[in-house]
Design a protein around this ligand. Structure first.
Ligand code: PHB
Length: 403
């Protein structure tokens, strides 16, 4: 266990107030050992708040595996300090989020939080992280608010806003002249905001949303929705489901005989990490996402090979986001040579980082959300293949962020 007991505790608030002071300490710290020079012997504590049980388990594991891969690539150290990784199961349950976040910050005394996957968990977590000033890197949860009205200097996201992957899918269907679309999603923040992104891309081309069907998270009883969709006979259905729910929906869709009648589309989560379990039912499904298995760049080839070697399975977008969380943390902690109390300098280094990601290079917006390409993909032999670029350098509108 890493111990910070050599070090006089510095409150996060005062750390934030002393922007730049840490760097000064390093520069001046030649004669006498400074507080940080002693603290540098301690391990740096990184706490994950991710789902290791429930419908999003695959996502949490993929992120954690890849975060560990990124840390291993950095020699197992951040800014010269060894890493103590503390894993907490969020269970993807928003009511538990505040307590678990407080536990990581106040009991475990982590330096950095990596999480969560679920937007409801993110809402509770971000409010606390903002108050406490704890450096937080979100490797999945897309809650628009976190890089909108709740944006904060100490909160970063390496994934997407929920709006982002929906927008290009709406644009693609509008360009193809589709007119009648049904939306079906888990009825919480992520599903609703994903649907809004789709609508923003789709509307204006004369198209119509015939119906919106919400299924309570994390329920996977889809029969009533499928019966309704079959009777509405739209040209396409845009859905938001992921993990275990995506496996079940895609299989139920095929079993209900809808696969050859109505086009099923969604943000890429519908077919990420799950095509093996979905089998033939996934073949041909088109989605839009900031990643595809077949993206042809050196970082993607190296990452996928390393992931397969380490874990014996194929990588996916969740892993890419976790890997990039590790890279972004490395950029920040490396710049302050491990002195995480130098929050201002660390944040500045992270804001300026160009991440050499398996998805292609990306940078952060001023709201701390990736500005990135979105691809139209299609499943072929269980692989999410790139069809074409759907939207280039797409930034979230970040409405309400005053950072
Ligand atoms: C979310 O809750 O923000 C979320 C969960 C799973 C995904 C994408 C977004 O695949």
């Amino acid at each position: 266990m890493g111990k910070n007991n050599h070090r006089k505790p510095v409150s996060r608030r005062s750390a934030l107030g002393l922007i730049g002071a840490g760097a000064g300490v390093i520069a001046a710290g030649t004669a006498l050992p400074t507080k940080f020079a002693i603290g540098a012997q301690a391990k740096i504590k990184v706490g994950t708040l991710l789902p290791y049980s429930g419908t999003y388990t695959w996502l949490g594991e993929s992120i954690t595996n890849s975060l560990e891969l990124a840390f291993a690539n950095a020699g197992g150290k951040l800014g010269g300090r060894e890493i103590d990784l503390i894993k907490v199961d969020s269970e993807a349950k928003p009511p538990k989020a505040a307590e678990l976040t407080n536990k990581l910050i106040n009991q475990e005394k982590v330096d950095i939080i990596v999480g969560p996957v679920h937007s409801g968990v993110a809402m509770a977590m971000a409010k606390i992280a903002r108050e406490e000033g704890t450096l937080t890197v979100i490797p999945n949860a897309g809650a628009d608010q976190v890089t909108g009205p709740l944006c904060s200097p100490n909160i970063f996201r390496t994934s997407f806003s929920n709006w982002q992957p929906g927008h290009p899918m709406g644009k693609v269907l509008a360009e193809e002249g589709k007119k009648k679309v049904v939306l079906c999603y888990w009825g919480y923040g992520a599903g609703k905001q994903s649907a809004q992104g789709f609508k923003d891309g789709f509307m204006g081309g004369g198209g119509e949303i015939v119906k919106e069907i919400a299924v309570p998270f994390p329920k996977v009883e889809f029969q009533a929705a499928l019966t309704e969709i079959a009777s509405l006979k739209p040209e396409a259905v845009y859905v938001f489901f992921a993990g275990g729910g995506a496996v079940k929906f895609v299989k139920d869709w095929a079993a209900a005989g809808l696969k050859d009648k109505i086009e099923l589309v969604g943000p890429g989560f519908l077919t990420e990490g799950v095509t093996k379990a979905q089998g033939a039912a996934a073949e041909g499904i088109r989605t839009t996402l900031h990643y595809a298995d077949t993206l042809d760049n050196p970082a993607n080839r190296a990452y996928r090979a390393a992931y397969k070697k380490a874990y014996g399975k194929e990588a996916d977008v969740y892993g890419v986001q976790g890997f990039d969380a590790g890279q972004l943390i490395q950029a920040g902690v490396g710049a302050v040579r491990g002195d995480v109390a130098a929050m201002g300098d660390m944040v500045k280094a992270m804001e300026g980082a160009v991440i050499d990601s398996p998805r292609g290079q990306w940078v952060l917006s001023s709201a701390h959300n990736p500005v990135q390409n979105f691809y139209l993909r299609r499943v072929k032999n269980g692989v999410n293949e790139v069809v074409r670029l759907a939207e280039e350098n797409l930034a979230d509108p970040a409405t309400g962020c005053r950072a």
